[in-house]
Design a protein around this ligand. Structure first.
Ligand code: ARG
Length: 493
């Protein structure tokens, strides 16, 4: 032991490793540390390893869920007589005191507090003494942390969900009010066909609608209790897991203890959900960054969500949107990173899983901010309807001209060619298509008649898309209705 101590110190000092230990007091601190898993360990842990292993700096965020799990667990232990009525009360009171300390920001971490589970149990023991040692009967930190994480996810996703609903509501509200505003629709970033501004807005509302559905789906899948799975083999004291599940608000208990204690599907699902949502938000940001450029000038960001340049006084930058777009990389990176951690793991618990926490918390905080900023941007954005309208150009009606001929009985392939000839004719004459006379048009096809003038109308253009999902006003308002009904139903829940 002496020899090992020496080795540790000589390895560590040159690295100037950064932790809270005072070097000359190290042996004493280690002796006092009294690890909860100390039994068979006689040697010291390398202080670097100590710091490397510890997760308390970030998993203390789970304190509430950890205590809630223990409160339920002690009741289950009572039911199978592992603890007496008095011991249960003692443990419950002790846990309440620990809860109070955390709530009041008075919980003092000790160097021996490796993670939130050991910290809470250590403090419980300080409050109530030996009977604290009964709480962990049949439980492992493996099923404990799996339970804490699911509880945390469930408790905290609720607020993201509320923000997200608000965000979708803001989009739908705008779409309803601004339904008459037309703008160019783009494919390949080239002007394609006239659309309603609201139709563009709602294309995002539907993407976010799917995101929200996906969130509800994975939260449902996650809502099964791992506690009672032990390290991997289950619980040997016949604790009533269905009771535990009910106590903690889960739909039921996980059916297989290996799966229960070790799956992190709910983490990867959350990270994927965030990534997918961020891809949508990134695209929305990119569109709006383009639309807010001087060249487009379709929209103007409010001052609350833009910043100036330190060098160029005339500039107003869409930093909010650039940051949202930028955070997308961070979130997708966290998702990919954690999936790579899981990839290659053998069955059951492995310490690699500890990596799930920083990924989850970081992505959670990011999503929370991103959704609120995006809501602010969309609700305060001003739009320039004249500029949008003026950006429409007659060439965008070439498809409409083909459809005109189709309605006269010309097969579409032929109509497409004839309309192309009209485009060419206008180009030759160096005038917009809309300025061609009926006589000009008749040189291309005798199917053109007086009523062709109705094609030269952007309003008529968007109105012709009457099939479900198209740009006609009725269709767009139908989308508004469907989304509003859906939102109201969710909010009422
Ligand atoms: N801090 C650990 C984690 O985050 C807790 C579980 C530790 N389990 C174990 N057998 N070492 O996953």
């Amino acid at each position: 032991m002496h020899h090992r101590n020496k080795t540790i110190i000589s390895i560590c000092i040159p690295f100037q490793c950064n932790n809270n230990l005072v070097w000359d007091k190290l042996p004493l601190i280690m002796e006092k540390a009294g690890k909860l898993w100390g039994g068979r360990f006689t040697g010291m842990t390398d202080p670097i390893m100590e710091r490397f292993n510890a997760s308390i700096s970030f998993d203390k965020r789970l304190w509430k869920e950890d205590l809630a799990g223990s409160q339920a667990y002690v009741k289950a232990l009572r039911k199978v007589d592992i603890v007496t009525e008095d011991e249960m009360k003692e443990i419950q009171d002790g846990l309440n005191k620990v809860h109070e300390e955390w709530s009041n920001n008075q919980f003092v971490l000790q160097p021996s507090d490796e993670d939130i589970h050991t910290a809470n149990e250590r403090r419980l023991k300080e409050f109530i003494g030996a009977s604290a040692g009964k709480l962990h009967t049949g439980r492992s930190r493996n099923d404990q942390v799996a339970t804490d994480m699911r509880l945390w996810m469930r408790n905290n996703l609720a607020s993201i969900r509320t923000f997200f609903l608000e965000f979708i509501q803001v989009i739908v509200n705008r779409a309803k009010i601004e339904v008459d505003i037309l703008m160019p629709g783009y494919t390949h970033m080239q002007r394609a066909q006239p659309i309603r501004w609201s139709h563009w807005l709602l294309s995002y509302a539907w993407a976010f609608h799917r995101d929200l559905q996906y969130m509800d789906e994975f939260v449902n899948r996650m809502n099964y209790l791992p506690l009672g799975s032990g390290a991997l083999a289950g619980n040997p004291f016949n604790v009533d897991r269905e009771f535990l599940a009910k106590e903690l608000g889960f739909l039921g208990a996980t059916a297989n203890s290996i799966d229960g204690a070790s799956t992190r599907d709910f983490v990867t699902e959350f990270l994927f959900w965030s990534s997918q949502t961020m891809l949508h938000l990134s695209k929305l940001s990119e569109d709006l960054i383009i639309y807010s450029s001087k060249e487009f000038s379709f929209v103007k960001l409010s001052d609350a969500y833009s910043t100036g340049s330190s060098l160029m006084p005339q500039k107003k930058n869409a930093d909010s949107l650039e940051l949202i777009r930028g955070k997308c990389g961070r979130v997708v990176g966290r998702c990919t990173g954690f999936m790579m951690t899981v990839k290659g793991l053998p069955s059951a618990f492995n310490k690699d899983f500890q990596e799930d926490k920083e990924a989850t918390f970081d992505v959670y905080d990011t999503m929370q901010d991103v959704i609120r900023v995006a809501t602010g941007v969309i609700s305060t954005l001003s739009i320039n309807r004249e500029t949008m309208y003026n950006a429409l150009s007659p060439d965008m009606l070439a498809t409409d001209l083909a459809y005109y001929l189709v309605r006269k009985g010309v097969p579409f392939r032929e109509a497409h060619g004839l309309s192309g000839s009209v485009v060419a004719l206008a180009e030759n004459k160096n005038c917009p298509m809309t300025s061609l006379s009926l006589a000009d048009l008749k040189t291309v096809s005798t199917y053109f008649e007086e009523d062709v003038s109705e094609v030269w109308n952007y309003e008529n253009s968007v109105e012709q898309y009457t099939s479900t999902g198209g740009t006609s006003k009725a269709n767009v308002l139908l989308q508004v209705d469907e989304l509003t009904t859906w939102l109201e139903k969710l909010k009422a829940k």
